[in-house]
Write a protein that binds this ligand. Structure first.
Ligand code: NDP
Length: 287
């Protein structure tokens, strides 16, 4: 008889399509680095199989899993409880399983906030946010819960911007407004933090959201959610104007770190995760 343990802790992700999601490489590199005997299984789960997949994870005693598109809202009906931010946002991207109980979290906004906190505490700050999709919604709610003073959300589809602003006003102590975005957006005077939460710049180092760059002020913090390429044109232009830049790679890494903390109660090495993603993204650029 051997006293070795051949049973790994199981974690993973349910989404479809899933083949281009590099999270598995990022997290397994950090598991190996930390000497944790755990796996992260990237599963292609179609919408009709989500319930069975969730039951399967419970049956196989997984520690938890990420949910990506198209399951972030649909998964909620299979959960026992929701963390506060996930309840307000209305979407779950990370589920922790403990004693067969499923608790839904949303780590999108939390990952962003962890990156932001490396440079500034958002409490009392004025925020100008471009975009009103899923990422924007999660970030705005977390900024509200973190005590931001005011959040302006602008979006081409203005109704979505107002929906997020109302969510922030109704559920957090922050004030917020939604505005239509047409033509070049101007950053209001007195803004502390500007965030690109649109998909503009993803996979295109020259694309940039329509914004009047002359309205950026020296010393402002300018953040982008785009993980690849991390140094977007928007961030390059902001840096040239004396702003502090924050890339979307940090958000992605921190989201992974927070997820594993929820599942295993262990904090992975963010540097190993970031380097793994950088290597993957630069290899795909070269290819
Ligand atoms: P959604 O599809 O939900 O939202 C996309 C947003 O971008 C909408 O507000 C949309 O505006 C806006 N948009 C798209 N094209 C333009 C354009 N040309 N000009 C102005 N606005 C535009 O996507 P998500 O919110 O889920 O994701 C947004 C980005 O965030 C993605 O690129 C994704 O990679 C990134 N992301 C990064 C994460 C990280 O960890 N770094 C985590 C999650 C997402 P409209 O409503 O008017 O169409």
């Amino acid at each position: 008889m051997s006293n070795q343990n051949f049973r790994s802790i199981l974690t993973g992700s349910f989404s479809t399509p899933c083949a281009d999601n590099p999270t598995v490489a990022m997290i397994e590199a950090a598991y190996r680095h930390a000497g944790i005997d755990a796996r992260y299984i990237n599963c292609d789960v179609k919408a009709t199989h989500l319930k069975a997949a969730v039951r399967g994870a419970v049956a196989m005693e997984w520690a938890g899993f990420n949910c990506s598109l198209p399951h972030k809202v649909a998964v909620i009906e299979y959960l026992d409880d929701l963390a506060e931010a996930a309840r307000i946002i209305g979407a779950v991207n990370c589920v922790a399983i403990r004693d067969g109980r499923l608790v839904g979290n949303n780590t999108d906004g939390k990952g962003f906030l962890a990156s932001l906190r490396d440079v500034v505490d958002p409490a009392g700050k004025k925020i100008f946010m471009l975009g009103a999709g899923g990422a924007a919604r999660a970030i705005a709610v977390e900024l509200g819960l973190a005590g931001a003073e005011h959040i302006t959300v602008i979006n081409r589809d203005a109704e979505k911007a107002e929906t997020i602003a109302a969510l922030v006003r109704d559920n957090t102590g922050s004030d917020a407004v939604g505005r239509p975005w047409s033509g070049k957006a101007c950053v209001p005077d007195g803004t502390d933090i500007v965030i690109n939460a649109t998909s503009v710049g993803l996979g295109d180092a020259q694309a940039m959201p329509e914004i009047d760059l002359d309205t950026l002020a020296k010393g402002q913090i300018v953040a982008d959610v785009i993980p690849n390429p991390p140094m977007t044109r928007f961030l390059r232009e902001a840096r040239e104007r004396g702003c502090t830049s924050l890339d979307g790679l940090g958000m992605l890494v921190n989201q992974g770190v927070i997820g594993v903390e929820l599942w295993l109660g262990k904090t992975l090495d963010a540097g190993v995760m970031k380097q793994t993603l950088r290597d993957i993204f630069s290899a795909s650029d070269a290819g």
